[in-house]
Design a protein around this ligand. Structure first.
Ligand code: AMP
Ligand code: MG
Ligand code: MG
Length: 334
């Protein structure tokens, strides 16, 4: 028997390493102040140089090491040669050291689908940049001190993540979330960023699992893609409090770190690359992600990208939240 790690663990080790590189790219583009923003479907659906470079980096790196993988990235990019310095074929030791769950030890490259959201929370990334680099924007939206403004911008940067999900047989089985600006509170000189990862049947790493205080219903939802259906559905959960933040990845991080008890988004708009990696990490620690009817999403290569029936995710008590979804929401989202 060979001692070399199973394919899934080698893939996860590569995904971890390239997610760290991606975080560095996201920080570098932000630092340059030149985001190269392009509107995709509209002003609330943006792409920046970081989205483009990170997607190139992840897709080229993973397909160099695992040429038979199916990789689906969010951004529609022209086929062109990727700069060699964007490619990273290292494999993180901390992942290689963990055992592969037996049920996944025989997986083959061609059976796996990798969903890549190069930057999740792009809207917040661009808003932070405007606060940091555009004096006219600052004057328009911010009347506070320089210090308050900086704090607002940095808080928005915390919503930004890089997401890599691995699916097998239509199920999200493993994921990586890199948060490029984690630790910003520590100020200049601090080591920024962290990488969280998980595999079903193995567990999740890179964070401290925490639950919200017993009985507290704290709902986290979108801050920039809301509408009446979204707010009605949040209200129907009878939450003790509501948090509005950007990013699907960031909201799953809130669930596993005990900052929120449910992620409720009763609207289409989230896509498979937003949920695959985060869902795997959440599920690896006992949580659940479904549509608003309580049904699981499928992550096969040929599925439609939109999570049209919304996103409902919890660490515990999923059935309670599903039972609270109003009939009107269920009818509107199918
Ligand atoms: P949010 O919670 O608003 O940050 O959304 C989570 C993810 O879903 C982000 O990647 C968003 O870009 C995406 N998303 C949600 N709603 C929409 C929408 N109406 N249009 C485009 N993207 C959306
Ligand atoms: Mg996204
Ligand atoms: Mg994105």
């Amino acid at each position: 028997m060979s001692n070399s790690p199973a394919l899934l663990m080698r893939l996860m080790a590569s995904a971890y390493s390239v997610a760290e590189k991606s975080g560095a790219i996201a920080r570098r583009v932000m630092q340059s102040g030149d985001l190269g923003i392009v509107e995709k479907t509209g002003a609330n659906d943006l792409q920046t140089a970081a989205d483009r470079l990170v997607q190139q980096s992840i897709c080229a790196s993973l397909s160099r090491s695992f040429p038979k993988l199916t990789i689906i990235g969010e951004e529609d990019l022209p086929a062109e040669t990727v700069e060699e310095d964007l490619i990273d074929t290292r494999q993180a030791e901390e992942v290689l050291l963990k055992p592969c769950p037996p049920e996944y030890s025989g997986l083959k490259e061609e059976e796996l689908v990798v969903w890549v959201d190069p930057l999740d929370g792009t809207k917040e990334y661009t808003e932070a940049a405007s606060l940091l680099f555009s004096p006219t924007h600052r004057q328009k939206v911010h009347s506070g001190s320089e210090r308050q403004l900086l704090a607002t911008a940095l808080r928005l940067l915390d919503h930004v993540t890089v997401l890599i999900g691995v699916a097998y047989g239509g199920k999200a089985i493993a994921g990586v979330i890199n948060q490029p600006f984690f630790n910003y509170q520590l100020g200049s000189g601090a080591d920024l960023g962290r990488t969280m990862w998980g595999v079903l049947g193995l567990g999740a790493f890179g964070f401290q699992l925490q639950e919200v205080p017993d009985g507290q219903r704290i709902v986290t939802t979108t801050r920039s893609h809301s509408n009446k259906l979204v707010t009605d559905c949040v209200a129907a959960m009878e939450p003790h409090s509501v948090i509005k933040v950007g990013g699907a990845g960031n909201k799953i991080v809130q669930l596993v770190e005990g900052k929120a008890s449910a992620y409720v988004f009763a609207s289409p708009g989230c896509k498979k690359w937003d949920t695959c990696g985060p869902e795997a990490i959440l599920q690896a620690v006992g949580g659940k992600l479904t549509d608003m009817h309580g049904n699981a999403y499928c992550y096969d290569a040929n599925v439609k990208h939109m999570n049209s029936a919304g996103v409902l995710a919890t660490l515990r008590n999923h059935e309670y939240y599903v039972s609270r979804v109003p009939q009107s929401v269920k009818q509107a989202l199918s």
